[in-house]
Ligand binder design. Sequence first.
Ligand code: F6R
Length: 238
Amino acid sequence: MIQVYDTAQELYNAAAWLWIRAALEQGGLVGVATGTTTTPIHETVARLHAVAPFDTRSIAICAVDDYVGIERGHIASCSERVRHQLVAPLGLAEKQALLPDRFNGEDAPRQYEEAIAGRGGVRMQMLGLGEDGHIGFNYPGTPIGEKAHLIRLPQSTKDTLHRLYAFPMDKMPTFGLTLGIRNILMSHSIVVAVSGAKKAVIVREAILGPVCERVPASALQLHRNVAWLLDKESASLL
Ligand code: F6R
């Protein structure tokens, strides 16, 4: 399904309602991603909860990726941002959020993946989209069959961390942990939220181009239950 909204805020509202609906269903986890697109979605979820509180006791979430080795509590960490944006405002208990920074060492991806499977898998995975087509930390060239793994972070990601969080270059994490494309495709449903003209080309390639490793998000064409939520700018080349 492709849904195009007049404004980015309309897209965030629609994504927030989808998020809440998925979160209130029983069984499995709601997978979240961090970034400039999902942040206002999470803020909208939190605002809706503040205005009209819904029962959060059965909600369980996990995150698609995180940097490895950022000190616990630093807001640049994806796990920490999820705590800040969702866990705290929704009043979730620690055990309701399965987050990658609880897992350490080379075996962390396998442990994280097993923990997710142990909680019934991912019911709905919400994703943002990188300008190069990445989803989670699955950058161009990632094999479609790849499971959770550690990746060496590209310079572009380090630059973003530096820009957004003034993260010192000499303390920059080298690796990230991400669920793989294979894990993402195992989610029961997937919602991809994209806004802005800068992403129009990659949205077109991901949705209409061939499925290929050069555009990791193109693998989403292999899933039967994907909702693309776009604003007019990001959808302008479809
Ligand atoms: C981060 C993540 C990334 C982002 C992507 C888009 O947890 O999974 O794949 O979703 O980089 O980020 P924004 O929305 O900032 O353009």
